[in-house]
Design a protein around this ligand. Structure first.
Ligand SMILES: Cc1ncc(COP(=O)(O)O)c(C=O)c1O
Length: 452
């Protein structure tokens, strides 16, 4: 064996030992932090370290996550955080939900991955469960790992079924970062650097503007540009928890039907109860033709995503070539077992109702803060526990995210665009933790106000 291979064996063995330890002594913790910073800088992405405030604000012993439970997680030195970021909406059930972990561990003991040739039972079970709980006549599902893959599949399905190639999507929308999904994204920061993306026509219209969607459909119809689908998030997540007017989804449903165009709902972030309904489109009782799911579908334990549609549309996935769309590792037995458990817990505990109640409570408390700090906070948007706090000034937003982090609360805010900070904690978060978040936020706002 060459010396580099030998080193790789030794290094992996050291880490395999560490992986087996639930808690590590302080000196090992510090070694892990140093190693992690070096590895990220030298082999993963140096920019991340420079950019991520969770690392940069933390000084010498950068926060390096280690373990979590419920709505809180601990870093490798045992420091605790309330998680109001929730893996960008992946942690509806919190960190390591015991029932999801139990299901995955049990499945791990007999079949980690499918043979690919035989029938693996759990894939069918999960597809049937989704048919039971998804809106309208959605009956079939395909499983993959990430949200972007789910949208890629949705785009391909819409193209194959309609035999058309155009799409209408929303400004500031977010659908993932692989080529098809990226083409549907409404932000130049990500779309422009890789250059030409999807080959067919893609039109972006303002989110929430039903007139604009209808107008675009009409123009395309008049000039003979064939549109396969309109794809949108029910409530825009990445854009800052932006809720459209109540007539938006019903009107785009009607307009797409009128023009023979499919309607795709990207429920990657809004699905599984996050916004106070099981699915985001349930707020308006709309039945899309295709739905994309991911994030919390895996119960915060396994990566799993899906795109789902009706029997009529699914014909093109089945005939003449049932292997027209496949993936080797997506929808494996471990991932499906996690999703089955996640669905079970979500339904049994009616977590969408919890999200609605806690969301109302949190929005009320945040609105009180706007009244007390009107020069810093502008407004609060969202539904359920998908909440956007909007600031007059991006610098203040950044200071709020950093100040909260310093006080043990993780929120979704970015260094270059911090006018909006998202709060999307696990749906199982306690009211005491929500109160703690508000108190620490007020502390932070006070500090910022004093500096002004
Ligand atoms: C609405 C929406 N769609 C798609 C994605 C992409 O999912 P993933 O990061 O798993 O590819 C995201 C991720 O934030 C999202 O919020």
């Amino acid at each position: 064996m060459g010396s580099e291979f030998k080193q790789a064996v030794q290094y992996s063995e050291r880490w395999l030992d560490i992986i087996k330890q639930k808690n590590v002594p302080e000196e090992v913790g510090k070694w892990i932090i140093e190693e992690s910073q070096y590895n990220f800088a030298e082999h993963f992405n140096k920019g991340w370290l420079e950019y991520r405030k969770s690392v940069t604000e933390a000084g010498d012993w950068a926060m390096t996550e280690w373990t979590g439970n419920g709505a809180c997680f601990h870093d490798v030195l045992g420091r605790e955080f309330i998680d109001c970021l929730g893996g960008y909406g992946m942690m509806d059930l919190g960190w390591g939900h015991p029932e999801v972990i139990a299901a995955v561990k049990a499945q791990l003991d007999h079949t980690p991955m499918p043979s690919q040739e035989l029938i693996d039972p759990l894939r069918g079970v999960l597809a049937r469960l989704l048919a039971m709980i998804l809106p309208g006549d959605i009956k079939y599902s395909f499983f993959c790992a990430s949200g972007t893959e789910a949208n890629e599949g949705a785009i391909k399905l819409a193209k194959m079924y309609t035999k058309k190639s155009g799409f209408i999507t929303a400004l500031k929308g977010f659908h993932g970062k692989t080529m098809g999904s990226l083409s549907m994204m409404g932000k130049s920061d990500y779309r422009q650097p890789p250059g030409i993306l999807y080959g067919g026509p893609v039109y972006h219209v303002p989110f929430g503007d039903a007139d604009a969607v209808e107008r675009q459909l009409d123009i395309c119809d008049k000039v003979g540009v064939d549109i396969a689908a309109v794809i949108m998030e029910p409530i825009q997540g990445e854009a800052g928890a932006i809720v459209p007017p109540d007539d938006f989804w019903p009107r785009i449903r009607e307009a797409t039907r009128h023009y023979g165009v499919l309607l795709i709902a990207d429920e990657v972030q809004t699905g599984m109860g996050r916004t106070g309904k099981m699915w985001g489109v349930d707020h308006w009782d709309v039945k899309p033709d295709i739905i994309a799911l991911a994030k919390s579908l895996g119960g915060g334990v396994m990566p799993i995503s899906a795109f789902c549609s009706t029997e009529e549309i699914w014909q093109v996935m089945m005939y003449p070539n049932p292997f027209i769309h496949t993936t080797t590792t997506g929808g494996g037995a471990l991932a499906c077992s996690a999703a089955i458990a996640a669905i079970n817990v979500t339904l049994r505990e009616r977590l969408w109702e919890t999200a609605a109640q806690k969301g109302d409570y949190m929005m009320g408390r945040l609105k009180e803060l706007i009244e007390r700090y009107p020069g810093i906070m502008k407004n609060v948007t969202g539904k359920g526990l998908l909440i956007g706090m909007h600031f007059h000034d991006g610098h203040d937003g950044y200071k709020v995210a950093a100040g909260l982090f310093k006080r043990g609360v993780l929120v979704a805010g970015t260094l270059i665009s911090a006018n909006t900070i998202r709060i999307e904690p696990p749906l199982i978060i306690s009211y005491a933790d929500l109160d703690a978040v508000v108190d620490r936020l007020e502390d932070t706002l006070k500090e910022i106000a004093q500096e002004k």
